[in-house]
Design a protein around this ligand. Structure first.
Ligand code: UDP
Length: 366
């Protein structure tokens, strides 16, 4: 009998879990061919940023937990690299699979490639072309080290080709995050989160904000917050705040009007339900830009650029920049009835995991 292909799937931070879940499950279902091992680096460790997703997404406890925790970028990346190196030296893995653009993604790619273990990158080729963004560094480094590159949208293919990555390594497979959204949409529709928060369908805006460029500088954050306070005079804003943002709100002593409902981070199902029921979403998240496009919900992206241009080109994403006037203008236009008619990006059909599985079945370990 042929040896099963042993894969190490590395997750570490909130946006990784919903991307890993459908692939992990698909690999598990072919247990005669694949032996997937789930490693959690511990980059995110709070219940609301980690364990809650394992519960909602019905993922098993990770097989390996590294306990990296928070630290500066270099220290956190180094700790994860050391942990992954130990794991890879202790066993024979055929492939390390990494997701998205967080420090765990890059750290695992570096540790694996130095030990000559091939790397597969899910969500390859996305580029904001903004190297002040830590995630952009993680994307570029991970892609250059990867042997299999799974792209979610056409811009990813174009970027990888223009960076000289050979065609046979690149596979356009669609979006695992949208596989997860499609499989949990019905469950989210049954969530009672709107009742629990006393909200009515279509009568609130949903906000997430956590990019360092938006929240770490008191003046910048203050300007954006000013715009949000004005918008909240017209519509209640529900704001499940990322731990980093909550810290900044306290540190900068931001005023919190009643019309901005500051909440802890929400579980996947509750947050999905809130996206589905929102009049509009305001965000600087990568994943939320994609999910709102998949749901056809109007999304104002508070950033100067996006690494996910398909959401603007065919989806419902309004990329408005970070000036308060631009944010308010877009929100008031939407509240006055304007909307972008979105369509679904190619291959965001719930079958990305199947397509990745096909590639991995064909792929032979070296
Ligand atoms: N999300 C969530 N609860 C929240 C906020 C976000 O479940 O309170 C989900 C969201 O639906 C998406 C993912 O977290 O699936 C996006 O993660 P995040 O914004 O932290 O990271 P980014 O995509 O910006 O890297």
């Amino acid at each position: 009998m042929r040896r099963r292909k042993k894969f190490l799937l590395v997750v570490g931070a909130r946006p990784n879990f919903m991307k890993a879940m459908p692939l992990y499950r698909a690999l598990k279902s072919k247990f005669d061919i694949f032996d997937p091992v789930l490693l959690h680096t511990g980059q995110h460790y709070d219940y609301e940023m980690s364990k809650a997703f394992f519960e909602d997404l019905e993922l098993p406890e990770p097989d390996i937990y590294l306990n990296a925790g928070s630290d500066t970028h270099a220290r956190q990346t180094a700790k994860i690299m050391m942990g992954i190196e130990d794991v890879l030296m202790g066993d024979n893995y055929d492939l390390v699979i990494v997701f998205g653009d967080v420090n765990s993604t890059m750290a695992a790619a570096i540790a694996a490639s130095k030990l000559l273990v091939p790397v597969a990158h899910v969500e390859a080729g996305l580029r904001s072309f903004d190297r002040t963004m830590p995630e952009e560094i993680n994307r570029v480094v991970t892609d250059v080290l990867s042997d299999l590159l799974f792209a979610t949208e056409p811009s990813g293919l174009k970027n990888l080709k223009s960076e000289g990555i050979s065609d046979e390594k690149i596979h356009f497979v669609g979006n695992l995050m949208i596989d997860t959204l499609i499989s949990y949409r019905e469950k989210a529709a049954r969530s009672d989160v709107l009742d629990r928060l006393g909200l009515k369908l279509g009568e609130y805006a949903l906000l997430t904000l956590h990019r360092p460029s938006n929240v770490d500088n008191p003046q910048k954050f203050g300007e954006i917050w000013g715009a949000l306070m004005e918008i909240s005079e017209k519509i209640t804003i529900v704001f499940p705040a990322h731990p980093r943002t909550k810290k900044r709100i306290e540190e900068f002593e931001m005023p919190i009007p009643h019309s901005i409902r500051l909440l802890p981070p929400l579980s996947y199902i509750d947050f999905l339900a809130l996206q589905m029921g929102a009049r509009l979403v305001l965000t600087d998240s990568g994943g939320v830009q994609e999910e709102t496009t998949a749901l056809g919900v109007q999304c104002i992206t508070i950033r100067e650029n996006t690494e996910r241009p398909i959401t603007v080109e065919v989806g419902t994403n309004w990329l408005v920049g970070t000036s308060p006037d631009a944010i308010k203008d877009a929100a008031f236009r939407i509240l006055n009835g304007e909307s972008k008619t979105g369509s679904q990006p190619p291959m965001w059909d719930g079958h990305a995991a199947d397509r990745i599985l096909e590639v991995l079945e064909e792929w032979e370990p070296y």
